[in-house]
Each structure stands twice: as C-alpha cells, then as structure tokens.
Design a binder for this molecule. Sequence first.
Ligand code: CA
Length: 238
Amino acid sequence: MRVLLVEDDEPVAESLRRGLKRYGFEVEWVTTGEAALTHEGPYDVVLLDLGLPDTDGLDVCKALRGRGDVPIIVISARSDETDRVVGLELGADDYVSKPFGVREVIARIRAVMRRTQARTPAAGAPATGPDRYGTRLTIDRKAARVRFDGEEVALAPKEYDLLAFLTEEPGALMSREQIMEAVWDANWFGPTKTLDVHVAALRRKLAGAITIEAVRGVGFRLEIAKDETVKGEDSGAS
Ligand code: CA
C-alpha cells in the first residue's frame, strides 16, 4: 500500500516513515501543501498534517477531496474540536491528534481502507460491523469487543491490544520487537516475558478459534483456526 505523507516536521515524518515501512507500506513523503497537490502519485491513502508551511492543511484536504475519493487521514497537533469537525466536513476520512503512535496510525489506515473498500459497489459488506476471523471469532474494533462462538470473551486491555494487532494480518510472522513496540511501548528495550504471558492467555481463552505459533528467535504468528464447516467466507482482512 502506498501512502502519501504530507508533513513538514522532520522528526515526526521520519519516525512515521520508518514505522510505516516496517509494516510494509510504501511511503512518499512531501513537506508542503503544494508538493502534496502536485504529487502525481499513485497512492492509496494520504496522511495530511494540518500545520503546513505554505498552505493550511484544510485547504489541501478540500482540494484533494475535490479531485477524487482517495482516503485522507488528517494528522494534527491541533487538538481543537473545530479542526476535527471542519476536517471531516471537508472530506477527510479520519483524524489523529499528535502525539500518536505508529500503530494507531496504521490501525486508522486499515480502518479507513476497509470503510472505503466497503463503499465501492462491489463490496456489499457493512462498513462498520465486527471483523470476522474464520467461523468462530469476531472482533468489533470500534467497541473493542471480542466474541467467540457468539459469546463475549473477557480480555485484559493488553490482551485485547495484542489480539487486535496480531489479527491485523493473520499468518504474518511478527517479531517480538514489532509486537512490543506496537502493543506496549514505542521504545521498549527490555525483557519481553510479559508478551509470552499475554500470548498464553490468548491461546487459552481463544483455543479453537486461533493458534499463535511461537517462532524461535523471532516472534509469533497468529493463524485463524480452520473449521470443518468452512462456509467459504473470508475475513476480508487486507
Ligand atoms: Ca506541521
């Protein structure tokens, strides 16, 4: 997935760029509104800072929206509610306030992509329903609720965060460092024993719905359990 990052603050842009790349995104970085509007693309989503040196980010948002329906996520230091409302009215799809973690931005990108994909006529799926994983597990990311065979599963907050992270890309091998950074702290340097404890809890609580394989020396890989009565419905996770 290609991201157009419009951000004049170098440290913010650099860490975002590095973080996004680590998760497999391609990042085109520009620092002005003009560069954003003259960028030829193609890109799949725009991360747009509002405080730009040459133009107001809201004008850039409006201009981009006037051209097409590429998803736009506004990022801003202004936590002002007015900006948020105006941004969304001008056609932004979502909004993140600084400071934010890379993981939060990625979650927003994925959510926005899911919504915009559901908007296209071919996809009939409801835009905001829970995500299905196989036949037994659903995760309602908006409400942070997990159901297993229809029953709500009580998860500790970090257990939920870990599950939400690992299910973003079932089958992908995630390193301990990636997981620690995404779920616990952006600057984690230390023992990762707590990760094993949380993995064990998820395995126990969701046995039969998912498996979490430990890959020695690397990290973990979550897989959705195969059900005998496969209904041919994919989770649609991208
Ligand atoms: Ca700025």
